[in-house]
Design a protein around this ligand. Structure first.
Ligand SMILES: Nc1ncnc2c1ncn2[C@@H]1O[C@H](COP(=O)(O)OP(=O)(O)OP(=O)(O)O)[C@@H](O)[C@H]1O
Length: 424
């Protein structure tokens, strides 16, 4: 016969087991629900972002623009996926592509390892510290770690990831990944080995050639053209400046920091004055009305930085206004490193574009598409002139060689006549 105490023990044990089972079911049930709702939220975000259209026509005559636009959007995502050879599309790895258009999501540990425990500092910005990192694929990237005291909130950080994730162009510094882990927020960008335009203009370096400057200003205008005329809704950078233009290994320029700490989707809302002193459109300062034309103003300032190597904080505008009084006024404020090494007519043409961009009235400033066309024309004319110069140099050389040959022939025939006379 079963004793009464045994019955009690069996009853208590069964009760306990049942209790544990029910608690487990509740615990896992809650976790599943949480995961599911997070997943649904993410999917909703993804679809809302990936369906944001990118305009591919009506971009003026900027020749390679729409092609590069289409291909850059289509290929950069799949390339970044393909490039990660260590990475396979398995259900566990699905999380890596949680962001809008497939930019990679990294763990804090991965970032820590790739930056050798955050010892490879590239620089310091208002957002936080930037480190050089080598990813497991061998790809070198720049990693921006949001400072813990940064005003940039969680929500804005995610907006940036979703916004930058959909913007891809050869003249923008692309966002290739991000990390939200262990209370840290990190952005992973393409690495730009030649640093910022500001460093190249104002640093100790030997200086940029006129050819390089023309290519840089055209690259910048193409980057802005994509933001203003390629993206829907248009994206206003709001902080264009030489410090935010980065250069890659072949000195091609890319616009950086777009939207990092600025609300930039054009929605007509007034979200407070944002930008950098010296680059900010005076019309925007006085009216608080934000349009793409404010970026054109800042671009105009960069044009004159490239011509003069005078920083806007060193009275650049005063020099520029004085120079505007004469046809050749700009010659007086030309960067010393360019004197005698550039075509002054081209400098004046570029300065003319710069002046148009700085027009007091935003409506009278050219669109970025027009700016790109003006600069392209200067480059094309330059190219033609250089080719003609080369041809005429080659033909001069040829005529000199021919005349030397003729002289030689005369000399030879003269010598043979002399030797004949001597024999006779
Ligand atoms: N993608 C990159 N590749 C290489 N270097 C970079 C990259 N991004 C930033 N840097 C370097 O890191 C430094 C800090 O950059 P960051 O963009 O954070 O600040 P900033 O633009 O100089 O200033 P702010 O954030 O105040 O506008 C700069 O000197 C820049 O040269």
């Amino acid at each position: 016969m079963v004793r009464q105490t045994d019955l009690v023990i069996i009853g208590v044990s069964a009760g306990l087991a049942l209790g544990i089972l029910i608690s487990c079911l509740i615990f896992f049930g809650i976790r599943w629900c949480k995961k599911r709702s997070a997943h649904l939220r993410l999917s909703a975000n993804e679809s809302s972002v990936t369906t944001l259209p990118i305009r591919t026509n009506g971009l003026g005559t900027s020749t390679d623009f729409s092609a590069s636009l289409n291909s850059s959007i289509a290929t950069s995502r799949s390339e970044s996926i393909k490039k990660s050879s260590h990475f396979s599309w398995s259900p566990q790895n699905k999380d890596r592509f949680a962001s809008a258009s497939g930019i990679l999501k990294y763990s804090y540990k991965e970032i820590q390892k790739s930056t050798q425990n955050f010892t490879t500092t590239l620089g310091q910005g208002s957002f936080g510290t930037v480190y050089k990192a080598t990813m497991p694929t061998g790809e070198v990237v720049a990693v921006k770690v949001l400072a813990p005291n940064s005003k940039q909130g969680e929500k804005e950080f995610h907006t940036e990831v979703f916004l930058l994730g959909r913007l891809h162009h050869r003249n923008l510094v692309n966002l290739v990944g991000y990390c939200v882990d262990k209370g840290q927020r990190i952005l992973v960008y393409q690495y730009m080995s030649n640093g910022s335009l500001a460093n190249l203009l104002y640093g100790e370096e030997k200086g940029l050639s006129w050819d390089e400057r023309l290519q840089i200003v055209l690259d910048i205008s193409h980057g802005i053209e994509y933001l203003h005329e390629g993206a829907i809704p248009p994206v206003i950078h709001r902080d264009l400046k030489s410090a935010n233009i980065l250069l890659d290994h072949s000195m091609r320029a890319k616009v950086a920091d777009f939207g990092l700490s600025k609300e930039e989707i054009f929605d007509g809302r007034n979200s407070g004055l944002k930008g950098t002193y010296g680059y900010m459109d005076p019309a925007y300062i006085s009216t608080s009305k934000l349009t793409t034309q404010s970026d054109i103003y800042s671009f105009g300032i960069i044009v004159f930085e490239l011509i003069t190597a005078i920083h806007p904080h060193q009275n650049l505008m005063e020099y520029v206004n004085l120079a505007a009084m004469d046809h050749d006024g700009i010659d007086e404020i030309l960067d010393k490193k360019l004197v005698g090494k550039c075509n002054l007519e081209e400098v004046r043409q570029l300065a003319k574009i710069g002046h148009k961009c700085l027009h007091k009235s935003p409506k009278k400033r050219p669109s970025i598409g027009e700016v790109s066309q003006f600069i392209s024309r200067i480059k094309q004319r330059r190219q033609r002139r250089l080719t003609e110069d080369n041809l005429s140099f080659a033909s001069n050389n040829f005529s000199r060689a021919v005349s030397r040959l003729e002289d030689r022939q005369v000399e030879l025939s003269r010598m043979s006549t002399i030797s004949l006379t001597e024999t006779v």
